[in-house]
Design a protein around this ligand. Sequence first.
Ligand code: SER
Length: 314
Amino acid sequence: MKKRILIIGACGQIGTELTAQLRKNYEPHKVIASDIREGDAAMLEAGPFEILDATDYDAIEEVVARYEITDVYLMAAMLSATAEKFPMRAWNLNMDSLFNVLNLAKDKKIEKIFWPSSIAVFGPTTPKEQTPQFTIMEPSTVYGISKQTGERWCEYYHNRYGVDVRSIRYPGLISYTTLPGGGTTDYAVDIYHKALKHNKYVSFLNEESTLPMMFMDDAIRATIGIMEVPSEQVKIRNSYNLAAMSFNPKEVAASIQHHLPDFEIGYEPDFRQAIADSWPKSIDDSEARKDWGWRHEVDLTEMTKIMLDNLGTN
Ligand code: SER
């Protein structure tokens, strides 16, 4: 098979599990992991690895040519909370990296791109419940502005140059393998670690902060799923809404208390509260379900069990 895959940002929360799954699905030597920093031993042993700066077009072009890459998953990005601290750095990383891969595809050096968008493309004026695919989008965070702009450029490159770019708007992602870094939804991972370690967690979002969330296995299935369907099925070329569950800190705490009855939660909202308040509470993802057969599998009860089981044995 001709397919050769490059993951840019392979050491991050999504990239780690995406790389492992792609190496299971395809021949491992045809799945090239890359990141600005060296991967851990497991990643380095399982297949090729390159140090790669997502903002360096020439370096990406060289790796693409050397390995005869066809598909690129661009997972490098600065997330919402960190981006508020470094607005220009976030804008430059998030946009330059996207233009690098879009231009490689425009020049026919690669065939297909996966680029992640986010619920952060929505803003305070967006309907909050069952947020539709097509709706008001006035993001108020640097991260959201970069994702919204990126979506416009993806669609433009598809329409104008025929670039096969595919994208989904991830909700908050929960996983036990690699920690998230710098997001507003990170509490939903940290809470499990702290529950097992201290039986106690202080949330930086208030108890009413309901946000769309997803277990990582579902997110990986969606990511590889949208990349594997025939191009005609991908009708939306900015980005697809994607949903699995919605919960707030109080609800995830209650699901943990089911297993750890003495677990306690407290609340000390910080600057991330304003970011969470600007985002939807739930997402209507019927277009993804209709166009390319997306179905989620894991709900909050099951996810809590999986998280506690896996983190508890470490
Ligand atoms: N999980 C991300 C964040 O919180 C949203 O895409 O920044």
